[in-house]
Ligand binder design. Structure first.
Ligand code: IUR
Length: 446
């Protein structure tokens, strides 16, 4: 069939055959298809959907469009990863990857950059001077051998079909399609040749999917296809209304993750790390119940071995020993290494009351415009811009006390942006919080 025939077939609501899907992906990979045709097919899939078999075939075809990593045979059953569908203040990977390595696992974490209001792990790590996220497949094997974990960008040769499709999905308003998200995420995880994978599927105001039903549908699709590909895959649905932890912004999140690894919380971040890690160990068959998995991860975080692994990972990925050492020492001055914005401003609470809500989406959208994120692929970010939430949901506050510290440079926040930030805080008179910091809603195990 020609490409226009394939587009028409999907446009008219018919299921594509395995051969149809392979033909499409082959054309995308070899660049013999026009962008307008790829965009049309993406929109046809967005509108008509795909059944389970089509989604699985699409995932396999995308995975096979490039290199599939392979590991030494003695690592069988040890190669694990976590993937999040995108949150605000999401620094879980920075804590979980070294915690898993400290427990003896191999974690080839291939992460992304921030786009839109959600942050990207690579941008966060690049706020550390010298940190190099560009590593070849051979270097990834070396990092896993010497350290046990690495956090790197997608290599040129890994799932090239996703690189093309993902860049066009933003431009064609086809991001929020369950089969397209499933194929995009699981094809990359399949190419990592994992033993087990846990997905943190975000649900709520600051997530791609706002309601539990559609987030659950996505989680089920990811779990189904992951397991069909032979990866022990589970998903945890977590609330994404406010922020994860108290810091949003690249270097501020690195600092908060380092503090977490030094045993200083925040509670919601540690809860997410231990739950996701615990589920991963459970579905991998490494522990017989969730509490044992959670305990192993928690011991690595609290006991300091995750911090040592993070230090070793930084050094192995290009950070000078004295810089990594300073970041990992107790009572350190993080700003001396990571830099600090020229300006800080604190917003004051307008009345006495209880913090009922902090709108994480508004916070993230304003911060993105101030340089934390990008609106186009390839734009630079300002690593030190961000915000620290100085209150917790449910906390009683007094009028005039500071609730948010904003770190900024150029551009400064406009009066409208300050107004939006001020309106992101909701105070009430009783301890009846409508939203919570990140918390677990449901789990889908294989
Ligand atoms: N992350 C991915 O790797 N793919 C997607 O489609 C989305 C997030 I949405």
């Amino acid at each position: 069939m020609s490409i226009p025939d394939l587009i028409r077939k999907k446009r008219d609501g018919q299921a594509l055959s395995d051969e149809d899907i392979r033909t499409f992906i082959q054309a995308v990979t070899s660049k013999t298809i026009q962008d307008c045709q790829t965009g049309s097919m993406l929109m046809a899939v967005w509108q008509k959907g795909m059944n389970d078999a089509e989604t699985e075939t699409l995932t396999r075809a995308m995975m096979s469009s490039g290199e599939v990593l392979s590991w030494p045979t003695e690592w069988a059953g040890l190669v694990l990863d976590k993937h999040s569908t995108g949150g605000v203040g999401d620094k879980v990977s920075l804590v979980l990857a070294p915690a898993l390595a400290a427990c003896g696992y191999k974690v080839p974490m291939i992460s992304g950059r921030g786009l839109g209001h959600t942050g990207g792990t690579l941008d966060k790590l690049e706020s550390i001077p010298g940190f190099n996220v560009n590593q070849s497949a051979a270097q990834i094997v070396d990092l896993l051998t010497s350290v046990g974990c690495c956090i790197v960008g997608q290599t040129e040769t890994l799932v090239p079909a996703d690189r093309v499709l993902y860049s066009l999905r933003d431009a064609t308003s086809t991001v929020d399609s369950i089969p397209l998200i499933t194929a995009s995420i699981i094809s990359k995880k399949g190419a990592e040749s994992l033993s087990a994978l846990v997905l943190d599927v975000k649900v709520g105001r600051s997530a791609l999917f706002k309601d539990l039903e559609s987030a659950k549908e996505l989680a089920q699709s990811l779990v189904n296809v992951g397991n069909r590909l032979g990866i022990h895959t589970g998903a945890v649905l977590t609330c994404m209304d406010a922020t994860i932890g108290r810091c949003v912004g690249n270097s501020l999140e690195v600092m908060e993750a380092l503090e977490a690894r030094k045993g200083h919380g925040p509670h919601d971040l540690l809860e997410l790390v231990t739950t996701l890690g615990g589920v991963l160990l459970l579905i991998n068959g490494s522990v017989s119940d969730l509490s044992e998995g959670r305990k192993q991860i928690s011991n690595a975080v609290i006991g300091g071995t995750a911090l040592s692994k993070f230090q070793a990972m930084m050094e192995a990925q290009g950070v000078a020993n004295n810089v990594a050492g300073t970041l990992c020492s107790a009572h350190t001055d993080y700003y001396s290494v990571l830099g600090k914005c020229k300006y800080q401003v604190e917003l004051a609470t307008p009345a006495d009351g209880v913090v009922l809500d902090v709108d994480g989406l508004t916070l993230a959208e304003v911060l993105q415009k101030l340089g934390v994120g990008r609106s186009k692929v390839g734009q630079p970010v300002n690593h030190c811009v961000g915000a620290e939430l100085l209150v917790s949901l449910g906390q009683r506050v007094q009028r005039g006390s500071s609730w948010l510290r904003l770190h900024y440079e150029d551009p400064p926040p406009s009066p409208d942006q300050i107004n939006r930030l001020e309106n992101a805080l909701t105070l009430g008179s009783h301890d009846e919080t409508r939203h919570t910091h990140s918390s677990v809603k449901e789990m889908l195990l294989p």
